[in-house]
Design a protein around this ligand. Structure first.
Ligand code: HEM
Length: 559
């Protein structure tokens, strides 16, 4: 890829960042930004530089070590099987051959059910602001350094899929804090498609290849999304060039959900987190991404790190006082919405400076889970986050195994971790906990362990009727409209071209019409241009809009 091609820069929040990144304390960042200011600077044009991948093979010098079997015995011949003569069969007693094939047969663990294609890097986080008013989390003491492991990813296709396909892009960070691992498992886009974990498996099924033809099919996923108006914001972001980033280094990261922060006094606020790239945010057109090649995102990241060009990000935080959660015109725990009227404050910096020595051991076996939290950071009532608290740890016990925390990439780096088991969880496949004590129960006078009061879950009141229904405030079209109107004409044209490229393949008039009616409700110009591009008649769109508004929130026009 040598062409210097025009691309789009997503300078999300850089205007805000310029204004507030120098703030040292949480309390200092109080100036509200208007909603438009938060999205207006999102898209900018940038130049593409050539990718220089890291060089991987070095020729060794000196005597070669002896090749051995897994039991340590030296191997005399590693090219020829043991046979009964020149024309005879291979003997089962060739234990080295059997072991070699058997180990090969077991090389794969199940790939991640989503986000299978990814790239990991090690680095360091440094806290820059005192946010102890908000959270007791031990990593947030100004100047304190915490090692991190980051895995970037794409979502839908398999672990060897091309990196140029349109997708949200994962940005997962594992902070090895001195009070346990905190995983911030986010994406490059600030919102998500759906707001309830109940819908996640269905959504992923619709986006994954067809169970019959084994190919991804817009007829299927737009059929699903035609029932999900809350996806309008995410789809609008995804079909801009934000869906094809120019590199992982030039991507922001978003925690997306609200989290509950708790300070030493037990006082609480809600907060959102965002990584802002120091490299700026740059995106490709779909054609540029394809031209960049199969592995361009990994090549760029590993090439940059190996030549000492270490990428860095600022960690930003938004705060919402508990008393204000009802005052917004949307539900603040709805992950299809941004908090557009809240300021961002800078709370830390992260630099990635090391390519892991082994892809499988670090990147493939890494297990990021939103449930990996530390004292001072707790879940908000966000229904997606609540579902994720279960789902990740569950899949990882299956994908990696019950003893996944014994692996270096997942192991906590707390002081006690080197002295044997942290708790009474035990046994299972591949256990190497080093348990020597007779005591594998709690409490015990023979081997007492403390449960510090500061680590107790926080208290909060719930006054509610147990029920099963959609959230009450669902203004699903306002924010995608704000985003559309912030785009340049060139970015609007790209969005229409990208979106109509997929939606235009949908054969159902009903599905195309309903989808266009959602984008029309975000902004009439947006919907009208899209209607023309996907051959939908405007009177049909207007009828779908009328039917949508006449219907109960959960019901939609039928075919
Ligand atoms: C209820 C909704 C969701 C469910 C059930 C879900 C489930 C999963 C599962 C099962 C994995 C594979 C984990 C593994 O095998 O290690 C995964 C990976 C991932 N998910 Fe989700 N997900 C949900 C929503 C989200 C959202 C809203 C985001 C972004 C804010 C997100 C970001 C990611 C990322 C970045 C990864 C890859 C982590 C890594 O690099 O290993 N997911 N998700």
């Amino acid at each position: 890829m040598s062409a210097k091609t025009a691309s789009i820069t997503f300078a999300r929040c850089t205007a805000l960042l310029a204004g507030i990144s120098s703030l040292a304390t949480a309390a200092a960042a109080q100036q509200l930004a208007p909603q438009e200011a938060q999205v207006a600077s999102r898209m900018q044009t940038a130049e593409r530089v050539e990718v220089v991948p890291m060089s991987v093979i070095e020729t060794p010098t000196g005597a070669a070590p002896i090749y051995r079997r897994d039991n340590g015995a030296p191997v005399g011949d590693n090219r020829n099987s043991k046979t009964a003569g020149d024309m005879g069969p291979v003997l089962l007693e060739d234990a080295h051959l059997i072991e070699k094939l058997a180990r090969f047969d077991r090389e794969r663990v199940p790939e991640r059910v989503v986000h299978a294609r990814g790239t990991g890097a090690k680095g360091m986080f440094r806290a820059t602001a005192d946010i102890s008013d908000y959270s007791m989390a031990s990593l947030f003491q100004p100047g304190k350094e915490t090692p991190v492991f980051v895995r970037f990813s794409s979502v839908i296709h398999g672990h060897l899929s091309p990196e140029y396909l349109r997708d949200p892009h994962g940005f997962a960070t594992k902070f090895y804090t001195d009070e346990g691992n905190w995983d911030l498992v986010g994406n490059n886009l600030p919102v998500f498609f759906i707001r309830d974990a109940m819908q996640f498996p269905d959504m992923v099924h619709s986006l994954k290849p067809d169970p019959v033809t084994n190919r991804q099919d817009p007829n299927r996923f737009f059929d699903f999304f035609s029932h999900v108006p809350e996806a309008t914001n995410m789809l609008t972001h995804l079909y801009t060039n934000l869906g094809t980033p120019a590199s992982y280094r030039e991507m922001d990261g978003n925690g997306v959900h609200a989290f509950r922060l708790v300070n030493d006094e037990g006082e609480q606020v809600f907060a959102k987190f965002r990584w802002i790239s120091d490299q700026g945010v740059k995106n490709y057109t779909a054609a540029q991404a394809k031209e960049a090649g199969f592995n361009y995102l990994t090549d760029d990241l590993y090439g940059a790190i190996s030549r000492g060009d270490h990428p860095s990000w600022n960690l930003m935080m938004q705060v919402l006082p508990v008393a204000e959660i009802g005052s917004l015109d949307y539900n603040p725990f709805d992950d299809t919405k941004e908090w557009l009227d809240r300021p961002w404050m800078k709370i830390g910096e992260m630099t990635l400076d090391e390519v892991p020595e082994n892809f499988f051991e670090w990147t493939e076996q890494s297990a990021f889970a939103p449930s990996n939290m530390v004292p001072g950071i707790e879940p908000s009532p966000d229904r997606m986050l609540q579902g994720r608290l279960f789902s990740y740890a569950d899949t990882q016990r299956y994908r990696v195994g019950a003893n996944l925390f014994d692996l270096e990439v997942n192991a906590p780096r707390v002081a006690e971790a080197g002295d044997g088991p942290l708790n009474n969880n035990q046994n299972g496949q591949l256990n190497r906990s080093g348990r020597e004590s007779h005591v594998n129960y709690f409490p015990s006078a023979m081997a007492p362990k403390q449960t510090p009061a500061r680590a107790r879950y926080s208290n909060y009141e719930i006054m509610a009727m147990v029920d099963q229904k959609q959230i009450e405030k669902t203004p699903d079209f306002e924010q995608p409209g704000i985003f559309w109107r912030s785009l340049s004409e060139a970015d609007k044209a790209q969005l229409i071209a990208n979106l109509s490229g997929d939606l235009g393949q949908v054969v159902s008039d009903r599905t195309r019409t309903i989808m266009v009616s959602y984008f029309y409700q975000a902004d009439p110009e947006y919907g009208t241009r899209l209607a023309g591009a996907v051959n939908v008649a405007m009177p049909d769109v207007m009828q779908a809009v009328a039917e949508f508004n006449a219907a109960a929130p959960q019901t939609f026009p039928s075919p």
